[in-house]
Design a protein around this ligand. Structure first.
Ligand SMILES: *[C@@H]1O[C@H](CO)[C@@H](O)[C@H](O)[C@H]1NC(C)=O
Ligand SMILES: *[C@@H]1O[C@H](CO)[C@@H](O)[C@H](O)[C@H]1NC(C)=O
Length: 155
């Protein structure tokens, strides 16, 4: 099957098909997985490539997420992503409502809204974590946990 390739920075990017079907990405950020292709990791915003034997990390633009599956490879806008992997059309919470004490999802999956004395604020999760509000889980979780809690595991 032919892969649809997304253009990166004017270059035709190739993705590392060897990572297909495996979710063991524990070494994705430190070990070169390919000399000339991109690969993804647990953080859905990031992708990696090898330069002179070193792994270089890059990040999709805000609102774009990295996908590498049988049909596509590159940064896709959230509207084209698997819905379980993105937050679409979230709203700034109404801080006068009863849910005001609870952190709430915002469009950026690695941030959340919190009502403060100065109104709703968008706050980032700590490094390496993303926000979950699902099946009783609420808060910032490691990307690996985030993926499995959100069922964002393939593509
Ligand atoms: C990760 O990389 C280390 C060092 O290269 C290697 O020993 C280890 O087996 C790798 N782990 C996986 C899961 O590939
Ligand atoms: C690849 O990912 C895109 C975006 O999530 C999805 O639309 C497409 O169906 C996926 N293809 C396969 C073969 O899973």
């Amino acid at each position: 099957m032919l892969k649809a390739l997304v253009i990166f920075f004017g270059l035709l990017a190739l993705c590392n098909a060897a990572s297909l079907g495996t979710r063991d990405t524990s070494n994705a950020t430190v070990v070169c997985q390919s000399e000339d292709e991109l690969w993804g990791g647990e953080d859905i915003r990031k992708f990696y490539f090898c330069l002179d034997g070193a792994v270089i990390t890059d990040e999709c633009d805000p609102g774009y997420y990295f996908v590498n599956n049988a049909t596509i490879c590159g940064c896709l806008p959230s509207s084209l992503m698997k819905p379980s992997c993105v937050n679409l059309d979230t709203k700034v919470p109404d801080c006068s409502a009863s849910s005001k004490m609870q952190p709430q999802a915002c469009d950026d999956v690695a941030s959340f809204y919190l009502c403060t004395s100065e109104g709703a604020k968008e706050l980032p999760c700590p490094d390496g974590k993303a926000f979950v509000d699902q099946d009783g889980y609420l808060g910032c979780f490691d990307w690996t946990e985030w993926r499995s809690l959100r069922n964002c595991v393939d593509g």
